[in-house]
Write a protein that binds this ligand. Sequence first.
Ligand code: CO
Length: 211
Amino acid sequence: MKSYYNQLLENNKEWVAQNLERDPQFFERLSNGQQPPLLWIGCADSRVPANEIIGALPGEVFVHRNIANMVLHTDMSMLSVLDYAVNVLKVKHIIVCGHYGCGGVKAAMGNQHIGLIDNWIRHIKDVYRFHQDELNAIKDEKKRFDRFIEVNVMEQVLDLAKTSIVQAAWESKQELQIHGWVYDIKDGLINDLKVTIENDDQLAEVYQLDI
Ligand code: CO
């Protein structure tokens, strides 16, 4: 029996053959550059593969993933991805996609000490604190967990809008919408939270930068 590892390399060869059969110029065209219309900020969870769940091909989605799809304004990796996507690739849409059953968000609801990751999870706990009145009022734990995942996505959408990168793009009249979604692992469907933001008027005044 082939090892799992070797199988991956065989799968790759098969995938190449399938793509070339469908479109002989597929890789040649992609090698000339990318112009994705979309930046995806999602969870690192293996069950939420960005391209697959929206039926997107290679070249369509610029992707950043981390635990619980967080937008931290001190995260140089996230900021670099955002800057490149907005200022060089000129994406028109950014989607923050959380997912029900998110382990990172679940951990943020509890008090367990896990390790270094506690420091990452702390940012999600801050989201809980912002929304604690609403969340604490939900007695059913599963419903409270689901809602926490939704408000976490909403906060990350706002955190993107608070960045100087996004506000400068809006100031220069660049078309850029930020959307919030929650993917349901149980049925594969996306819940559009309808929190799309496309200018800084939707931010609290203290975050609106004079650019
Ligand atoms: Co997750």
